[in-house]
Design a protein. Sequence first.
Length: 254
Amino acid sequence: MDIANIVNGHAERFVSAIKDFDFKTVYEHLHRYAYALQFVNGKRVLDLGCGEGYGSWILAQAAKDVVGIDRDFRVVKHAQETYRKDNLEFVEGKVEELQFCSSDFDVVVCFEVIEHIIAQEECLAEVRRVLRDDGLLLISSPVNSDIRKEDDLNPFHLKNLTPAEFERLIGKTFVHVRIMGQKVVLASDIRDFSGVDMTSDCIQFFYERNDDACLRIVNESKNRCPDYMLAIASDKEINSPVKSVLMNASDNKI
């Protein structure tokens, strides 16, 4: 099955095998799933709006078992044929009407899906139903704000959310909500060569190029608003989320 033909013209479908995606899109998508790995070890996981399956495949590296669900039967078929693991399955279905038993999953992942549906509260109610009492939801959505006006023009987004709306929506269903921000930046990393301390706070520098093309170091970035929101939600108290960096292991941008 040629997945490129299936997603042709659908800018909201990320396919890991297609090489001409810009590096920003690749980093955004991969980092969210990489970040989720810390929460899914040994767990039963549901990946809502799994698309062509690359993210479910990543989660299956650590999870006990993973179910990916998408409403497009062609995409599901591609995922079934491409990503094969004993602990991984893909099914067709709607995220607003989940065909699973109550309290069936430990973790639900829902990345870049909620803005594509009108029935957002119904979707989250279904998520809460299929989660166990101490279950965890990881959900992301683009930031809709005055800084990101282009999202208002996205024909695939049916209901965009501001950070306040995003937190309020999730808070209607879950007792505890922690909101993270995600932004892809071009950066250089300097850290302890021994690799002992990989998560400590670091000194941040920003540079800019002025009108005469000269570079200078500045104390603050003028564009620090995150492009995406990522919420961690549960009825169980949530520990302080860790900071996270995705690094390319090769010399190529993608």
